[in-house]
Design a protein around this ligand. Structure first.
Ligand SMILES: NC(=O)c1ccc[n+]([C@@H]2O[C@H](COP(=O)([O-])OP(=O)(O)OC[C@H]3O[C@@H](n4cnc5c(N)ncnc54)[C@H](OP(=O)(O)O)[C@@H]3O)[C@@H](O)[C@H]2O)c1
Length: 342
């Protein structure tokens, strides 16, 4: 048995429940309740005892109902820990291995748990130099930054990019990584305190969205030209402004909805602003092939071990206090990464 955070209806952080759950293959009994079929992980799965768990904005989308989920459900897509048992047919992973994972599109969510079973094809082994807490703070966010800066658009030395929420979990990693690639980084934040954090991580120009006009400042900084790429995870509140910040033929990367779903877009708006490109990418697509997942993870581990990207764990909560972590994240009180400790 393990304790895990689950929810039976969508809503605010208060819908989360700390419960004892079975681990292993389960089925519905004739009475409709879940029964444990096996104390062993299913074929192709391993059992992981979590040492640290990542809290990501996407967790709040599932909990609130913005993203569809089958109820009752667990929460969480990212964690690090040690393998305790292996199912039949598992090759390449053994009891005692230190592992981490960031997403599992074919598997129910459930990282907010002490112990869980996971298919091995979504796991990566941790290098000795990466601790459990760092891994839980960076797998989902860092792999996201890898594909945003290296695959959606290859950030080049001398290029100027606009990245929203630059003091957040994804944002601080992106800021340092883009600087390592030789880019000039313009970031947005809501407060002066967050601006100081962004500058301390190498951001070249920080726009305080509650005090300054984002488009005017970007035009000022770029001599009226605009930027070739905008990374926008805020969504509803910034979407149109982000399009206005692009130079002709620029790329709009809309990769999140922290403020709500972006408005519908008339395609002619792209033409009017200068033949713009737009994409709405997800990590799942970019890590679907295991070979891609491993290449991306290797690149992430290398840049973190080199010291060029520091993983800032600025909030830590006990696993059973995950609701407080969600409240703080959605209230914009957090900076850098947030983790839960079982
Ligand atoms: N598509 C993908 O593959 C993918 C993968 C990972 C994450 N994401 C997205 O990336 C974004 C960042 O994720 P994260 O976990 O690292 O979170 P985060 O950036 O640490 O937190 C979100 C930040 O968004 C900003 N924000 C602006 N308006 C907001 C509002 N109305 N409510 C709440 N926050 C608001 C806040 O920063 P300021 O106060 O400074 O504005 C807040 O700190 C999320 O939108 C997430 O869904 C997408």
């Amino acid at each position: 048995m393990s304790y895990a955070m689950r929810f039976y209806e969508t809503g605010g952080p208060e819908v989360m429940r700390w419960e004892k759950v079975g681990v292993g293959e389960t089925a519905q009994s004739s009475a409709g309740t879940s029964i444990i079929l096996s104390a062993r992980p299913a074929s192709g799965d391993v059992r992981i005892r979590h040492h640290a768990i990542g809290v990501n904005f996407i967790d709040t989308y599932y909990r609130s109902g913005l993203y569809p989920v089958t109820l009752p459900a667990g929460l969480g897509e990212e964690a690090a820990g040690v393998i305790e048992a292996v199912g039949e047919g598992v090759a390449g992973f053994a009891v005692g291995d230190r592992v981490a994972y960031a997403d599992s599109p074919q598997h129910p969510i459930g990282a907010y748990s002490e112990v869980r079973d996971m298919p091995v094809d979504r796991l990566v082994k941790l290098p000795d130099a990466i601790g459990f807490q760092t891994a839980a703070a960076m797998m989902l966010r860092g792999l996201t930054v890898q594909y945003l800066l290296r695959r959606v658009h290859r950030v080049m030395p001398g290029e100027t990019i606009l990245f929203h929420a630059i003091a957040g979990g994804v944002g601080l990693i992106a800021c340092q990584w883009a600087k390592a690639l030789g880019a000039t980084v313009i970031g947005t934040v809501s407060t002066r305190e967050k601006a100081a954090i962004a500058y301390a991580h190498g951001c070249d120009h920080v726009i305080i969205s509650k005090e300054e006009h984002i488009v005017d400042r970007v035009k000022d900084i770029t001599g009226g030209k605009g930027v070739p790429v905008v990374y926008d995870s805020i969504g509803k509140d910034t979407f149109s402004m982000s399009l206005d910040c692009l130079s002709p033929l620029g790329l709009m990367v809309s990769f999140g909805n922290s403020s709500g779903t972006p408005p519908a877009l008339e395609l002619r708006e792209l033409a009017r602003r200068g033949s713009l490109f737009i994409t709405r990418p997800t990590l799942y697509t970019y890590t679907a092939k295991r070979s891609d997942l491993l290449t991306m993870a290797d690149e992430l581990f290398a840049i973190v071990i080199s010291g060029q990207v520091k993983i800032e764990i600025n909030q830590t909560y006990a696993l059973e206090h995950a609701a407080q972590a969600h409240s703080d994240l959605t209230a914009r009180k957090t900076t850098g990464s947030t983790i839960l400790l079982p």
